[in-house]
Write a protein that binds this ligand. Structure first.
Ligand code: HGY
Ligand code: MN
Ligand code: MN
Length: 409
């Protein structure tokens, strides 16, 4: 019997997980290592055990569920994340983990055996919204990030340290890292391309580079009424000019360069006080690593000049530095062929968002499957994908997985 996706089972799990950390107006808040994340983790572990998977947790809190194969050896891995941003949707990350569970259910229901073991994983702190950098769990697992450094990482708002939080929620484990025989990730596009082009499936060719930088500007607080403009050391004005410099660099580089100022804090933050301190983050991304490196270097140089000219100091620290990666051409081609075989329109495309897959791509054959995001929205509680697309993407995932794992139904 050929393994088949059960739409009702798939959607039921997506809704169940979407109810954990649910926000009143819709969407979810499951920031990494919070109580909501723990509840989601507990739910996932229970699902994995119900499926008869061998469940383990590693030193950075990644959760693994393995289905034995006929042969021993590294599994074919389906992965993503269940942590979210503070105003997240129910699809970002969760879809890939839920689809991994569905693949296991489909294999079990068909009584299928696979030559290779098959595994599903949920990686710690993919979002980087509470603890930077993003892709923390997959980055540690694949050697791109240092475990001890990550365990010592303090939240960007100062509230909590990764290692302590892992202990607090009971998810610091001992499972050993390994390199899978192949890695597949199914994810919503989180952008406008597939919907704009009326395409059902994205065969993702790679992920663009990501640079996150935090700037801290120090000036002098002073009276807003008595201090002449020429005598001010206004940290807020310098921060604003750094933000505008980021925007100008993106405009001058042109697409696919993007720049985002996501955090912008002034202190003391009072209407009649010249800001003494400002903290801002700048997220720069580009598919071309050299252009991205040059953009970051230029932004830092301009920030230093802007601070000097205003009699302020500026410090900066990298929160994330990930180079662009390319996915495995053979698996990308199989995703296209499988989609065609299922009469699904498909196109190749790069990923604008970061994903755990970019940590695996340098080490094993890796690829991603996208489905459309309604209105191109994500990291937004209105994030939505049509059920027929959710199911179609899961079917493509199952078909490619069955080939890579050598299914024997
Ligand atoms: O930032 C990203 O692209 C991902 O959502 N962590
Ligand atoms: Mn994601
Ligand atoms: Mn995300």
């Amino acid at each position: 019997m050929r393994p088949e996706i059960s739409p009702s089972r798939l959607m039921a799990r997506l809704r169940d997980l979407g109810g954990i950390g649910a926000l009143d107006g819709g969407g979810v808040c499951r920031l990494a290592l919070t109580d909501a994340d723990r509840t989601g983790r507990d739910w996932l572990v229970a699902q994995m055990k119900d499926l008869g998977l061998s469940v383990s947790v590693d030193a950075i809190g990644n959760i693994w569920g393995v289905r034995a194969g006929i042969d021993e050896g590294p599994p074919v891995l389906i992965g993503s994340h269940i942590d979210s941003v503070a105003t997240g949707g129910i699809y970002d990350g969760a879809l890939g983990v839920i689809a991994g569970l569905e693949v296991m259910s489909a294999l079990n229901a068909a009584g299928a055996r696979t030559a290779r073991p098959v595994a599903v994983a949920a990686f710690t702190n993919e979002e980087g919204a509470r603890f930077a950098p993003d892709m923390m769990g997959s980055g540690v697992h694949q050697g791109a990030l240092d475990l001890e450094d990550m365990l010592a990482t303090r939240a960007t708002d100062g509230d909590g340290v990764v290692g302590d939080e892992l202990d607090r929620i009971g998810y610091r484990g001992t499972a050993e890292p390994f390199t899978p025989s192949a890695y597949l990730e199914y994810h919503i596009e989180q952008g406008p391309v597939l919907e704009r082009d009326g395409i059902r499936i994205g065969a993702v060719t790679g992920v663009q580079g990501i640079h996150w930088t935090e700037f801290t500007v120090t000036g002098q607080s002073n009276h807003a009424g008595t201090t002449p403009m020429a005598l001010r050391r206004d940290a807020g004005q310098v921060a604003l000019r750094i933000a505008l410099a980021a925007d100008r660099i993106a405009a001058e580089n042109g697409p696919p360069q993007v720049a985002t100022v996501g955090v912008f804090e002034l202190s003391p933050g009072l209407v009649n006080v010249v800001p003494q301190r400002a903290r801002l983050t700048v997220d720069l991304r580009n598919t071309d690593g050299d252009v991205l490196n040059a953009a970051t270097g230029r932004l830092i140089a301009e920030a230093e000049e802007l601070a000097r000219a205003a009699g302020c100091e500026v410090s900066h620290r990298p929160l994330a530095r990930f180079a662009p990666v390319a996915f495995d051409p053979a698996i990308v081609a199989r995703i296209e062929q499988v989609a065609h075989a299922r009469q699904l329109s498909v196109r190749r495309m790069p990923s604008g968002a970061g994903h755990d897959a970019q940590m695996f791509a340098p080490n094993c054959p890796t690829a991603m499957i996208f489905i459309p995001s309604a209105g191109g929205l994500s990291h937004n509680i209105k994030e939505f994908s049509e059920e027929e697309d959710v199911v179609a993407g899961a079917q493509v995932l199952l078909d490619v997985l069955c080939e890579l794992a050598g299914v024997q139904a």
